[in-house]
Write a protein that binds this ligand. Structure first.
Ligand code: MN
Ligand code: MN
Length: 306
C-alpha cells in the first residue's frame, strides 16, 4: 500500500460528495424536462429547490456521512451503537431533510434500541448506501473489516440485499480509487456487482435516477465510467433530476477520488458551506490515521503519516 496522495484523493471524494449534494438538491425530485425548462442546464450552486436551501447548503446525505464519521472518530473505530446514537442525535436536531426509510430506521432504534432493521420491507432505497464514505476511509486496506462495518451501518436503517450490495460495491470502488489503483480495477468491481445482482446492469444505461438503490447505482456508475471530468460528470447526473442530490453526491464522491482536489470547480468551492469543508478535512485526517494504524497493526508497511 502506497499512501502517497491518499489524503488528497480522500478529501476530494468527501468534498466532491458534498458538492454533488448541494448542486443536486436544487433540482431534487424534478424531471429532466422540468430542469431544462427552468435552468437550461443546471450547473451552478444557487440553492433553492423544494427544501429552499441557501446556495452551497448540503442536505441529509452529507450530514449523515458527517454524523457517522464523527461517531467513528469519537470511538476510534466503527461501533454500531455509537453510529445509531449519532443518527438519533442528528434526527433530534431537526435536519433539513430525512428520507422515509432512514427516519423509520432511526425511530425504530430510538424506541426499541434495535441496532438492525428487520429484513426486507422497503429497505431497497439508497439511504444506507449513501453513507458508505466514512467506513470506506476507516477500513481502507482491510477488506473484511470494511465489509462488516459497511453492512452493519446499512442495517441500522435498511436491511435489504440490494442496499447491502450497492453500499459494498460503491465502497469497494471508492477504496480502490483512494488507494490510487487503476480504473480497470474499479470496472471489475462494478462488473462483479452486476454479475451477483443483474438488476444493477448499467450498460446500456436504463435512464432512471430515483431513490431506488438500483436506479441510483446505475446512474452513478454509468456517468462515472463514461465521463472523465468531475464537473461534467456531476452536472450530467444532477440534470437527470429525480434523486438528484443523492445521485450527484455519490457520483461526485467517485469522480472526486479519481481526479483529486484540483478538479473541483473553484466556483462551487466558493459557494459550498465552509463548515462542510472544515469537517471533511478534519474527518479525512482522522479516518486515514485510523486506517494507517490498522494497516500497520496487520504488518503492512505503513508509509508516511497522512
Ligand atoms: Mn438529500
Ligand atoms: Mn436525495
Amino acid at each position: 500500500m502506497n499512501w502517497h496522495g491518499t489524503h488528497e484523493r480522500a478529501l476530494a471524494a468527501y468534498v466532491g460528495f458534498a458538492m454533488g449534494d448541494a448542486l443536486g438538491a436544487t433540482v431534487e425530485f424534478m424531471t429532466r424536462e422540468e430542469i431544462a425548462a427552468r435552468h437550461g442546464e443546471h450547473r451552478d450552486m444557487v440553492g433553492g429547490g423544494w427544501l429552499k436551501l441557501k446556495p452551497g447548503q448540503v442536505t441529509d446525505d452529507t450530514q449523515m456521512c458527517l454524523a457517522l464519521g464523527n461517531a467513528i472518530l469519537a470511538r476510534g473505530g466503527f461501533d454500531r451503537q455509537a453510529a445509531a446514537d449519532a443518527f438519533a442525535a442528528w434526527l433530534r436536531g431537526r435536519p433539513v431533510d430525512v428520507g422515509n426509510a432512514v427516519r423509520r430506521g432511526i425511530q425504530n432504534f430510538m424506541s426499541t434500541g434495535a441496532l438492525e432493521m428487520a429484513p426486507g420491507g422497503t429497505g431497497a432505497g439508497n439511504g444506507a448506501a449513501v453513507r458508505v464514505l466514512p467506513v470506506a476511509l476507516l477500513h481502507l486496506t482491510d477488506d473484511t473489516a470494511f465489509e462488516q462495518a459497511c453492512v452493519a451501518q446499512c442495517r441500522l436503517t435498511h436491511h435489504h440485499p440490494l442496499a447491502d450490495a450497492a453500499a459494498l460495491a460503491l465502497g469497494r470502488i471508492l477504496r480502490l480509487l483512494v488507494r490510487g489503483e487503476e480504473l480497470a480495477a474499479c470496472r471489475r468491481e462494478a462488473d462483479a456487482l452486476v454479475e451477483r445482482h443483474p438488476e444493477f446492469c448499467f450498460d446500456p444505461y436504463p435512464g432512471r435516477a430515483s431513490g431506488y438503490v438500483v436506479d441510483t447505482v446505475q446512474t452513478v456508475l454509468h456517468h462515472f465510467f463514461t465521463i472523465d471530468s468531475f464537473e461534467s460528470c456531476v452536472i450530467r447526473v444532477v440534470n437527470r433530476g429525480e434523486d438528484a442530490d443523492t445521485c450527484g453526491a455519490l457520483a461526485g464522491m467517485l469522480a472526486g477520488a479519481r481526479e483529486g482536489l484540483l478538479a473541483l470547480p473553484a466556483r462551487w468551492l466558493k459557494k459550498l458551506d465552509p463548515m462542510v469543508w472544515e469537517a471533511a478535512r478534519r474527518q479525512v485526517y482522522g479516518l486515514l490515521e485510523l486506517a494507517r494504524r490498522e494497516a500497520e497493526a496487520q504488518g503492512q508497511p505503513a508509509g508516511p503519516r497522512v
